[in-house]
Design a protein around this ligand. Structure first.
Ligand SMILES: Nc1nc2c(ncn2[C@@H]2O[C@H](COP(=O)(O)OP(=O)(O)OP(=O)(O)O)[C@@H](O)[C@H]2O)c(=O)[nH]1
Ligand SMILES: [Mg+2]
Length: 339
């Protein structure tokens, strides 16, 4: 398992376009000259070496992509639901399948060509066979040029996907801008929160860790994602919010009753309702911030990240939820292991 929330691009190679790949293969081959016992022998040895080198470059590159792009099975760190929204799993699998097809074809073509060259005693045929190999290799690779471009694009998108360890219980913080979310995340985190990539937003998500003895939980602040009515969003933002569901085990919704955030209480309550509807089945802790300025006395948990007042009560409540999630997840993973 990778670090939770770390971008996973380090594993994934850069994908050449079909033109770049063929240029690399032919360029390497073009520099090859072999000596022989006579003119025909030298010609054959040179042709064999050129075919081997160019074929191997193509096959090695393509096999490398197939091996090193994530398979998206259970052992991968990515959440399949997120990958499907961001990249499209069917198209992705088709692209990897096409690359694999091309590698197999190129390998066979290379071996057949080597046999043909070895067999002939006609220098004209040596030349013609080599040239025909170049043409057919080029046309195989050309046929997967869309797939190669798709994979390079997918690589860039993978980089923006949070790699999540689904075993780590995760609390996501929501609420209007300026209600005090970031301040709270910083205070609750055992180390300075880090910015992790997230698809659809340039800001990324801010991830902190909460220590609980030897256990760690994730706390995620999402600037600009859960701070507006869902209906007011464009399609991309809607996808981003939907995708966030797969990260969220518990939600912490922060309300600023002092309204110093600039949003009336009534608007904040309406957003809470939307978030509740949008995250069905997710436990939501509602907490009122900035209690150093004002307390409503309505029975909700209140806190001030600034003065520290009541932070122990809020922390207890958060820990209770996260521990419950932890227990549920360990039971689930034991069940998977027993199956
Ligand atoms: N009085 C008081 N002010 C606070 C408290 N927490 C945050 N603030 C102030 O509220 C403002 C917003 O705080 P942030 O933590 O940045 O709020 P946010 O919800 O992360 O805002 P966005 O990132 O814009 O969504 C800042 O000026 C903070 O100083 C608090 O407990 N008490
Ligand atoms: Mg913030």
């Amino acid at each position: 398992m990778g670090d939770a929330m770390a971008g996973m691009d380090f594993k994934i190679p850069t994908v050449m376009t079909s033109e770049e790949l063929m240029e690399k293969a032919f360029h390497r081959a073009s520099k090859i000259r072999k000596n022989g016992t006579n003119a025909l022998d030298a010609k054959k040895k040179t042709a064999l070496a050129k075919v081997t080198a160019s074929g191997d470059i193509v096959v090695t590159a393509l096999n490398g992509y197939v091996e090193r792009f994530p398979r998206l099975d259970k052992e991968d760190d990515f959440l399949p639901e997120l990958v499907d929204i961001v990249i499209g799993i069917d198209r992705y699998k088709k692209a990897l399948g096409a690359v694999n097809w091309c590698a197999t074809k190129a390998e066979k073509l290379k071996n057949d060509t080597l046999k043909d060259i070895r067999r002939t005693k006609d220098p004209e045929i040596v030349e013609a066979t080599r040239r025909s190999f170049y043409g057919r290799l080029n046309s195989y690779v050309d046929r997967i040029s869309d797939d190669l471009m798709f994979l390079q694009d997918a690589k860039n998108k993978f980089r923006r996907l949070p790699a999540v360890d689904p075993a780590v219980p995760t609390i996501v913080v929501a609420g209007f801008p300026n209600v005090g979310k970031s301040n709270l995340v910083t205070v609750l985190s055992s180390a300075a929160p880090e910015i992790a990539p997230y698809p659809f937003t340039t800001k990324g998500v801010i991830v902190g860790h909460i220590d609980d003895d030897w256990r760690k939980y994730q706390i995620i602040d999402t600037p600009g994602l859960l701070d507006r009515q869902f209906e007011d969003r464009n399609d991309i933002e809607k996808q981003a919010v939907l995708a966030l569901r797969y990260l969220t085990d518990v939600m912490l919704f922060v309300i600023d009753p002092s309204e110093t955030c600039g949003f009336p209480l009534e608007m904040q309550e309406r957003l809470l309702k939307t978030v509740q509807d949008g995250f069905p089945g997710v436990p939501i802790i509602v907490a009122e911030s900035k209690c150093d300025i004002m307390k409503t006395g309505n029975g909700r948990i209140f806190f001030s990240a600034q003065s520290g007042e009541n932070m122990d009560v809020l922390t207890d409540r958060i820990m209770t939820e996260l521990r419950a999630i932890h227990r549920r997840k360990s039971i689930e993973s034991e069940a998977v292991e027993d199956a």
